[in-house]
Unconditional design. Structure first.
Length: 478
């Protein structure tokens, strides 16, 4: 993810003392604009992968914005591609922005043009992806889907494998509308990555980098004073800054992940434990999936988001164009918690940055976030409105059927009444016959008593199979 700046150039940027040059190139016009045609310190570059103040949401897909004032070129620059590069002390040029000119405003008595530029994601984010989506052969994997998205908008993407690339999804969107930005955000969310366009115009999938490295603080220096910068590929040690402020907490480690369509989704997926649960809700690519598949997504996602632990902060430093969102930065700062000043090392994750100026280049880094994720409300088994309507319709149909059954029963009862009269007459005859049978049984009992008294009948109790056997009731659960 790191930009291709040499260690020597990084150390020079850290001092803030070397001459810097900016180069704007418009490839469609073969036009190059250099420092001599740029107004003062008018350059600004804003980037972010997370710009919220509440709970952390790992999605990204926030467009970069670049602004600068240049001498009026007398040509149409709007909608043209722009590439911005920087170098220090006549060193190598390094790209810091690729995008297009969204608007041009003439300023300073029309002698200058103020360019407002965005990356390609901003240009294509509202484009309707539905027809391309609808033409896919479903089910498709997330990898196939994201390849189709970038082929559709004509932007290159980083070659990498995401944790849920292999998940197959059915076709669930049928209303004819599917914005590119919604499709991309859903891909990034279910894979636990921040999407962003990098300085070369390529879409990247960014993980948070938090450095745990600690450097011995050099004697003779104090926090904020410049001394040679060193890097290890992960942390960027910033030795010269204006101020650093940070919260007295770091984001609590995520303990589990829940994936569901909404609060009425009874096929939700879950992995991990409750406590600080990360919720993925309403993701369009998770709709229509089985609970087993959602469980797999949650498990894979947990492997990414469990490392999203950082301290919210804000820092203003010398301009360091080699820093990107997602990088870790490390400062030596004073800590007064013990009652006196102690020098400590603090590492932070850059979630947004604002680079401004040219010769007086400054950087502002930020990372916000609540300490805990919001409590995940349990799934409600109450029916929504559509489900209730369906139940009512079924009940109405059932009532109609029961009315027909009652009509039939009434007809049957009428016939039964006629038959009942005949059965009463028959029963009276049966009663007369029964009286005769009772008389015969009484006579037989007397004969049996006579036999028992003479010992001619063996009445010794026997052992029956039913008395000693066992009866088992078994059932099979559906």
């Amino acid at each position: 993810m790191a930009l291709n700046f040499s260690d020597s150039d990084k150390q020079k940027y850290m001092t803030g003392q070397y001459r810097k040059e900016i180069k704007l190139y418009f490839p469609q016009l073969s036009l190059t604009v250099l420092n001599s045609q740029i107004y003062g310190e008018s350059l600004s570059l804003e980037e972010a992968i997370f710009d919220g103040n509440g709970e952390l949401s790992i999605i990204g897909c926030i467009s970069n914005r670049f602004s600068i004032e240049i001498r009026n070129q007398g040509v149409q620059l709007k909608n043209k591609t722009i590439q911005v590069s920087i170098r220090i002390d006549n060193g190598s040029w390094n790209r810091i922005f690729t995008g297009y000119v969204d608007s041009v405003e003439t300023v300073r008595d029309r002698s200058y043009q103020k360019l407002m530029c965005y990356d390609a994601l901003y240009k294509y984010q509202d484009k309707n992806f539905f027809d391309t989506y609808d033409a896919l052969t479903f089910p498709v994997t997330i990898k196939t889907l994201r390849d189709a998205i970038f082929s559709f908008i004509g932007i290159s993407q980083e070659s990498t494998t995401l944790v849920n690339d292999g998940v197959s999804i059915p076709q669930t969107i049928e209303d004819g509308e599917l914005a590119v930005i919604d499709a991309l955000r859903a891909v990034c969310q279910m894979n636990g990555v921040f999407g962003k366009i990098n300085a070369s115009g390529v879409f990247e999938y960014v993980d948070i980098t938090v450095s745990q490295d600690v450097l011995p603080y050099p004697s003779g220096f104090y926090p904020g004073e410049a001394y040679p910068c060193s890097t290890d590929g992960e942390a960027n040690y910033i030795d010269k800054y204006r101020n650093v402020t940070f919260e007295d907490y770091e984001l609590a480690a995520i303990t589990g992940v829940t994936v569901r369509d909404g609060t009425s989704d009874t096929t939700y997926g879950r992995y991990g434990t409750s406590g600080n649960m990360y919720l993925v809700e309403g993701n369009i690519w998770c709709q229509g999936l089985t609970q087993a598949t959602k469980n797999t997504i949650a498990q894979n996602l947990f492997g990414k988001v469990q490392y999203a632990v950082y301290t919210p902060f804000e820092a203003v430093t010398v301009g360091l164009p080699y820093i990107e969102c997602g990088d870790a930065v490390t400062f030596y700062v004073y800590d007064y918690s013990s009652g006196h000043a102690e020098t400590v090392v603090m590492s932070f994750s850059v979630m947004s940055r604002y680079l401004k100026g040219i010769q007086w280049l400054t950087d502002t880094y930020k990372a916000a976030g609540s300490e805990y994720q919001p409590e995940v409300q349990p799934v409600s088994y109450e029916m929504n409105v559509e489900q209730q309507i369906t139940v009512i319709e079924n009940e109405i149909t059932g009532i109609g059927g029961r009315i027909d059954d009652i009509d039939t029963s009434i007809g049957g009862i009428s016939g039964d009444i006629d038959g009942l009269s005949g059965r009463v007459d028959t029963a009276e005859g049966d009663i007369d016959d029964l009286e005769g049978d009772v008389t015969s049984i009484a006579s037989a009992v007397q004969d049996l008593q006579s036999l028992i008294s003479y010992g001619t009948a063996d009445m010794t109790p026997g052992t029956s199979a039913l008395a000693t056997g066992h009866v088992y009731l078994m059932y099979e659960q559906a």
